[in-house]
Design a protein around this ligand. Structure first.
Ligand code: VTB
Length: 329
């Protein structure tokens, strides 16, 4: 698995183009069920489409972050093998429909997402919560740190950006568990963009703060989404930390089975997704970074972001697909 560069194990660069089909298919399937108030149906459609496309890829893949543990998810479960096997051994993290609720309500920023890395490079995180903090590229190392208070992080960020803290905007999931955090951030003087769902998009938004208006992502969301966001950040630059919320014996035991011995460990983006990582996301509903799927009389259009950590290439792909569903069904 070489693309001609030297040093470290690498993924075949062709995968950076092939991977787009996987999220495109999932996004189109979910988008057909956009705004219908049925989260399960939209999610299932995305899962089916992603799985069938993934199984056509020339990879020997194992799902590390997927739809759940084997007994709770019939498809794309953790440990499932995917791909034709005739290709490189890779770890896969995916979320066929990140932001199921926003998709069901047809609100912004639901995505179909996947990340791929050399086998053994993605953190095997249990499906628990993770506390996260992330900023975009261009700041000194260690500018944000989960061991510090939200005020300290915001102050350090404002100083590094050369602005007053009142010019900083934090993105936070709108949840009752964040009441204290929200109060603290506002008291410190920063503004907040509250989002209903979709913290992978929230983290990615920090990487292009001029475009999105978001400087920092803070708060507690899903751990699987944390690993996906870390994979994205490895490709764009930026810094992220995550700490699993292992607050019961049961959760600690589950984590231990997955090889996590220190329940309080703070992980950097590099520790959650190391080595050569490829990341792709296709918009399902319209969002700040990606347009959603559009349906026309005879075609469907998709908007996809494909990134690779090793080369730091960020590609935006707009595709037109002939709408077979309408003409051959
Ligand atoms: C976040 C968000 C997801 O779960 O991770 C969130 O990014 C966390 O869980 O889109 P709660 O909904 O329980 O707060 C989602 O909303 C759904 O997976």
């Amino acid at each position: 698995m070489s693309d001609g560069n030297t040093g470290g194990e690498m993924l075949d660069r062709v995968l950076t183009l092939e991977i787009a089909r996987v999220t495109e298919k999932a996004a189109v399937a979910a988008a057909r069920l956009r705004g219908r108030g049925d989260e399960k149906a939209a999610d299932q459609a995305a899962v089916d489409a992603m799985r069938s496309e993934l199984n056509q890829l020339a990879i020997d893949g194992v799902i590390v972050i997927g739809e759940g543990e084997r007994d709770e998810a019939p498809m794309l479960y953790i440990g499932e093998s995917v791909g034709t096997k005739a290709g490189p051994k890779v770890d896969i993290a995916l979320d066929p429909l990140e932001g199921t609720t926003v998709c069901a309500k047809n609100l912004p920023n639901s995505l179909a997402v996947i990340a791929m890395a050399v086998r053994g490079s993605l953190l095997n995180a249990p499906d628990v919560y993770m506390e996260k903090i992330a900023v975009g590229p261009g700041y000194p190392d260690g500018i944000v740190n989960l061991a510090l208070s939200p005020e300290e992080n915001l102050t350090a960020l404002a100083r590094a950006k050369g602005v007053n803290i009142t010019e900083i905007t934090a993105c936070i999931l709108d949840r009752p568990r964040h009441a204290q955090l929200i109060e603290t951030v506002r008291a410190a003087g920063a503004a907040i963009r509250l989002i209903g769902d979709g913290d992978v998009a929230g983290v990615i938004h920090t990487t292009d703060s001029e475009e999105t208006g978001i400087d920092i992502y803070m708060g507690i969301g899903g751990a699987p989404e944390g690993v996906l966001a870390a994979a994205a950040l490895r490709c764009t630059g930026g810094q992220m930390q995550g700490r699993l919320q292992l607050n019961t014996n049961e959760k600690r035991a589950r984590a231990e089975k997955m090889g996590i011995s220190d329940p309080y460990r703070i992980y950097t983006a590099e520790e959650m997704a190391s080595g050569d990582v490829i990341f792709a996301a296709t918009g399902v509903t319209d969002g700040n970074l990606l347009d959603g799927v559009r349906f026309y009389r005879d075609r469907v259009t998709t908007h996809t972001l494909v990134m690779r950590s090793r080369s730091r290439t960020i590609r935006e792909m707009r595709a037109q697909h002939y709408d077979r569903a309408k003409f051959t069904a």
